[in-house]
Ligand binder design. Structure first.
Ligand code: SAM
Length: 274
């Protein structure tokens, strides 16, 4: 019975590849890789010649049998393009299937962009919530921001450079102008961490076009800091509620409890917006 190894690989700097990761990739009978061409470059760099097979988003279910068969004969290493497999990368379904089939599943820990960003963010690390990518669609993104608005944990998101400014704007509206850090191109030549209030991070990237890979870290909810919502935030929440089909009267009572504004002020705004 073989073991499944989840092998973390560099998120930019090849020096971050651990000696153990190299050894496991060398000794495995098979490497399952998110992108075989990409991983072949890594193997060439470390002079490794282990057979490769693909394991990616669109074959992650159909490929399970092939990999389970390989596991019955020897060890299999799973790698993604960068960072830790199964963290916003294919892996979860394979881990579940391997465990069900009675295999040992072992981590070969190493780089992971979200944790690296959290660690250098300067924000509290004792409790945090990792949420992957924010939804692309505005309504869904706003609904999520609303859901997480009062959680007292540091929030970690992955972000694409094209959506960074929209996401920063929504986060600011729904969460308030909280402390944040945008960690970009970690471990690469242009590594940069922009820290400050969401509005400051946003101002920075309005002037400097966002480029490269980003992780966004945002401070958790602190009750006093959010005592009363800004009018912009209130109006955005009203709009969101109206779009979800709620009546002005009903939403006014709800938002009055959360926002620190009077029910009749909210009702009036809702009628103006409707
Ligand atoms: N499993 C990976 C890990 O553990 O790091 C994460 C995979 S996820 C599909 C890729 C995303 O991670 C990118 O879109 C970006 O948001 C973030 N990311 C990856 N490398 C990064 C880097 N060097 N600096 C900042 N963010 C990075």
């Amino acid at each position: 019975m073989g073991s499944l190894y989840l092998v973390a690989t560099p998120i930019g700097n090849l020096e971050d590849m651990s000696p153990r990761a190299v050894r496991i990739l060398r000794e495995a009978a098979l490497i399952a890789a998110e992108d075989t061409r990409h991983t072949r470059q890594l193997l060439t760099h470390f002079d490794l010649h282990t057979p490769l097979t693909s394991y990616y988003e669109h074959n992650k279910l159909s490929k399970l049998d092939v990999i389970l068969t390989a596991l019955s004969a020897g060890d299999v290493a799973l790698v993604s393009d960068a960072g830790t497999p199964a963290i916003n990368d294919p892996g979860y379904e394979l881990v579940k299937a391997a465990l069900l089939a009675g295999h040992t599943v072992s981590p070969i820990p190493g780089p992971s962009a979200p944790l690296a960003a959290l660690a250098v963010s300067g924000l509290p690390t004792d409790g945090f919530l990792y949420l992957g990518y924010l939804p692309r669609k505005t309504a869904e993104r706003r609904a999520l921001c609303e859901q997480i608005g009062q959680l007292p944990y540091t929030l970690i998101f992955l972000e694409s450079p094209h959506r960074l400014l929209d996401s920063l704007a929504d986060l600011q509206i729904f969460l308030g102008d909280r402390p944040a850090a945008a960690a970009r191109e970690l471990t690469k030549i242009y590594e940069q961490v922009v820290r400050g209030a969401l509005s400051q991070v946003s101002a920075h990237f309005s002037l400097n076009e966002p480029r490269g890979e980003f992780v966004l870290v945002v401070g958790g909810y602190v009750p006093q800091a959010d005592a009363q919502w800004t009018e912009t935030r209130l109006r955005a929440e009203i709009q969101h509620e109206l779009e979800s089909g709620r009546q002005a009267k009903e939403l006014a009572s709800d938002l009055a409890r959360k926002s620190g504004w009077m029910r009749r002020e909210i009702y009036k705004m809702a009628q103006e917006i409707d």
